[in-house]
Write a protein that binds this ligand. Sequence first.
Ligand SMILES: Cc1cc2nc3c(=O)[nH]c(=O)nc-3n(C[C@H](O)[C@H](O)[C@H](O)COP(=O)(O)O)c2cc1C
Length: 196
Amino acid sequence: MVRVLYIDCCIRREESRTRVLAEAFLAALEAQPGYQVERLCLMDEPLTALSEGFFSQREYLLSENQRAHPRFRYAYQFSQAERVVVAAPFWDLSFPALLKIYIENVCVDGITFGANERGTYGLCKAKRLLLLTTRGGDYHDSPLEMGARYLEALCDFWGIPRFDVVAADSLDLGQEAVNVILDRAIANAIKLADRF
Ligand SMILES: Cc1cc2nc3c(=O)[nH]c(=O)nc-3n(C[C@H](O)[C@H](O)[C@H](O)COP(=O)(O)O)c2cc1C
């Protein structure tokens, strides 16, 4: 079984077009034998940003090598996944802050990455990470797009060799029907489900 971690940051839940794209991908993935999907809905998690006591607790636990503490569960879950799928809308040229808070909780020295005198190296098992996103405007190939590019850089940091993104662009421009744009993105996503 290939263990897939699905990270749902579709803040608008049932209203979310990004979630429609993600569910189509997951249905195609789960229709194949050999994939076991674990779903993590960030909106349902008690995620906390690193600040004040929550930050200093982390520094203390790491200095004492207490990595079995429950607050590191997100980092362990992420580091053990064999494939990762992230669904998040494009917000403010990137993705929602909730996903960044999750990332802060996942980036833990000794769990998802390590460091030595030459710099950092990834400790994650996953061979691939796929970002599924939808955007109001057209940002594919735009230097203003900071969400996919940031996640791609993080894959390098985490030691995940392959990054893919499937995006439905221009959903809010009114130039083309939303369902036409979404169907095109869904078709692209389903192609990636094959041997993911
Ligand atoms: C808070 C917020 C910020 C947004 N920022 C951008 C943006 O910077 N650029 C853009 O093209 N669209 C932006 N949008 C539009 C969304 O990317 C677009 O509507 C997307 O399809 C929403 O995904 P969803 O249906 O999954 O919620 C923003 C929407 C919201 C609610």
